[in-house]
Design a protein. Structure first.
Length: 268
């Protein structure tokens, strides 16, 4: 216990000051938690929890990056799938034209007109296939941990599909009509098989994306239990600290004024 008559060192005042400083430090920390919504804002708050929270944040960041990558891959595949679908529609139109030319009720001039339309549609197919479908999808791409997403090793075109002008002759005999029809049927099956493969990859990536969404939610929930502050509890704690701050300040004032009682002895 401090001696009231030893004024060189006011031990009671020092103790009161130390208590006040400790309360002030806790008030600053509580206000920081209220401002950020986190119980752990820096390593000194809780070294262990800070370390774990940073690991969770790194994991969540990687998951989000993978989600973006997969979403871009799905967009890429869906774009190419729509192009393949367009090619399939054009091939179906070509099949109709060949059947029309082979109907027997079409004149030679009309067959010539159909042949010109076929050439235009074949150009459309090449334009679509060369716009990015073959050059991108068919050589393979890598999305997340799913590598070499590919359909075939080559580039599709009217030549590889065997539906060039020379393959679709509609101004000749019945044998040429049959050949044209067979070539178009084979080409359509090839395109539809490619669409099926692309659709399968899209479906696979959708599952992968759903799994990443679930993992992100789980990691964020775990992180929340570590660093998220209970704001109501923190506010109650702050109110208590502010009261203690006032009482400590009063104690410090009293401790500082207590030694002045010695003046009565000196003046007497």
């Amino acid at each position: 216990m401090a001696n009231l008559f030893r004024v060189q060192t006011n031990t009671d005042a020092l103790r009161a000051l130390l208590t006040l400083q400790s309360i002030n430090d806790e008030i600053v920390k509580t206000q920081e938690r209220l401002a950020t919504g986190k119980t752990v804002n820096k390593a000194s708050d809780d070294p262990g929890m800070y370390y774990i929270s940073r690991l969770f944040e790194t994991s969540i960041s990687a998951i989000v990056s993978n989600q973006i990558e997969i979403e871009r891959g799905i967009d890429f595949l869906e774009t190419n799938n729509s192009r393949l679908d367009h090619v399939a529609d054009v091939i179906i139109d070509l099949i109709d034209l060949v059947h029309t030319a082979d109907s027997g009720a079409v004149s030679s001039a009309e067959q010539q007109a159909i042949a010109r339309e076929i050439r235009l549609l074949l150009s459309e197919i090449d334009n679509v296939l060369q716009s990015g479908v073959a050059a991108s999808i068919f050589t393979g791409i890598s999305v997340n941990n799913l590598s070499n997403i590919s359909i075939s090793g080559g580039v599709m075109s009217t030549t590889t599909l065997s539906i060039t002008n020379s393959d679709l002759i509609v101004t000749g005999n019945a044998s040429q009509f049959a050949t044209a029809s067979t070539n178009l049927s084979t080409a359509l099956k090839t395109i539809l098989a490619a669409e099926e493969t692309v659709g399968g990859w899209i479906h696979r990536l959708d599952f992968e994306l759903d799994d990443l969404h679930s993992k992100e939610v789980a990691d964020r929930a775990a992180l929340s239990t570590i660093i998220d502050a209970d704001l109501a509890e923190e506010q109650v704690h702050l109110s208590s600290l502010q009261i203690l701050q006032q009482t400590s300040l009063v104690g410090l004032i009293q401790a500082n004024s207590a030694p002045s009682a010695i003046l009565g002895l000196i003046s007497g």
